[in-house]
Write a protein that binds this ligand. Structure first.
Ligand code: SF4
Ligand code: SF4
Length: 109
């Protein structure tokens, strides 16, 4: 079976944390456990400060296998209003990366 993963296109991520909450609800994680965690990247130069948001799955992410086995999207993908995440086969996701400037790919074991 083709290996699957999550493509995270963080160019338009607003840092809303909905993906974090959706994952917690899906998996019933308590307060200090996260399946995906938002990282804040601050780039500072002489006259400007840029803040980028990068949500990235943790070792607890199982790609929502129970949902995807039913033909549904992973909870984080479904609830991101900005459409920053895509679930699919790694070979297809890698092709998409070539056309997107700010992306990371997550592929668990
Ligand atoms: S990936 Fe989507 S849901 Fe998660 S913080 Fe960014 S905009 Fe919000
Ligand atoms: S795919 Fe599922 S388990 Fe993984 S980060 Fe998204 S919601 Fe959490």
């Amino acid at each position: 079976m083709a290996r699957k993963g999550l493509l995270i296109d963080y160019e338009y991520c607003t840092g809303c944390q909905t993906c974090e909450v959706a994952c917690k609800q899906e998996n019933n994680y308590p307060a200090q456990r996260w399946g995906i965690k938002l990282n804040e990247i601050i780039l500072q130069s002489i006259n400007k400060v840029e803040i980028h948001y990068l949500p990235f799955p943790t070792e607890l992410c199982n790609l929502c296998v129970a949902r995807t086995d039913r033909g549904e999207q992973p909870a984080c993908v479904k609830h991101c209003q900005a459409g920053c995440m895509k679930y699919g086969e790694l070979t297809e996701l890698v092709k998409e990366m070539e056309h997107k400037p700010q992306t990371v790919l997550f592929a668990p074991k």
